[in-house]
Design a protein around this ligand. Structure first.
Ligand code: PGA
Length: 255
């Protein structure tokens, strides 16, 4: 059985003080809630502040990105070791990194190797653009991103990775992917992972849906057998909406 995971990606929101306050409210909201992993991904500058609250509350913590090198002359970048001081997880290849910062599949793959080398658990994001979907390329684009990301990664490491399917057109747009279509895409993703690795590895991996997840649609996604949770942006920025989403997820019947 894969344990459901709900991850809040705060993107470039929240100062350390604001992040501390939100993390406290989420920790209170999840107190006593079992059967669900909750992960927070604050900006780098708030990782240490949120770690102090997340650890005792049993919340998981992720950085939103990192460099692949251990150290060096990379002004403005953060190394895997720096992330690992505070966090257990790292988001890699988010579509905003790919689209706005020119991140390539090759860089995502380097970061994935670096994450495992550092003992960090990766959340790898893949997803097609609106143009690619309209051209009928969604399945092929996503499959290619997965193949590229996992180049040279052995099955035992892949089994511990988390994969987030986030159609780019659904992110921050309020236009969430139809749950049946998300379920279809993610069933294909898992089938592709079984081919690339093996059935056991594919079954072990947690697959998240992301893109305009809100309290009023979260259960539609969790109902799908291949959707093990969600990567949530906008709806994770307020304690009330995120806690509502977590409560609805914790009580959702397993898909
Ligand atoms: P959103 O963002 O929930 O605001 O659409 C999701 C994401 O970027 O992970």
């Amino acid at each position: 059985m894969r344990r459901p995971l709900i991850a809040g990606n705060w993107k470039m929101h929240k100062t350390a003080a604001e992040a501390r306050e939100l993390a406290r409210a989420v920790a209170l909201g999840c107190a006593g809630q079992d059967g669900l992993d909750v992960l927070l991904a604050p900006p780098y500058t708030a990782l240490s502040a949120v770690a102090e609250i997340a650890r005792p509350a049993g919340l998981l913590l992720a950085a939103q990105d990192m460099h692949w090198a251990e150290q060096g002359a990379f002004t403005g970048a953060i190394s895997p070791g720096m992330v690992a001081e505070w966090a257990s997880h790292v988001i890699l290849g988010h579509s905003e990194r790919r689209a706005l910062f020119g991140e390539t599949d090759i860089e995502v793959n380097r970061k994935l190797h670096a994450a495992f080398a550092q003992g960090l658990l990766p959340i790898i994001c893949v997803g097609e653009s609106a143009e690619q979907r309209d051209a009928g390329q969604a399945d092929a684009v996503v499959a290619a991103q997965v193949v590229a990301a996992f180049e040279g990664i052995p099955a035992d490491e892949a089994a511990r990775a988390i994969l987030a399917y986030e159609p780019v057109w659904a992110i921050g747009s309020g236009r969430a992917c139809d749950p049946a279509e998300a379920a279809r895409m993610m069933a294909r993703l898992r089938a592709g992972l079984a081919e690339r690795f093996d059935a056991r590895t594919a079954q072990a991996m947690r697959l998240l849906y992301g893109g305009s997840v809100k309290p009023d649609n979260i259960r539609d996604y969790l109902a799908a057998a291949d959707i093990d949770g969600a990567l949530v942006g906008g709806a994770s920025l307020g304690a009330e909406s995120f806690n509502t989403l977590l409560r609805l997820s914790a009580s959702a019947p397993p898909g």
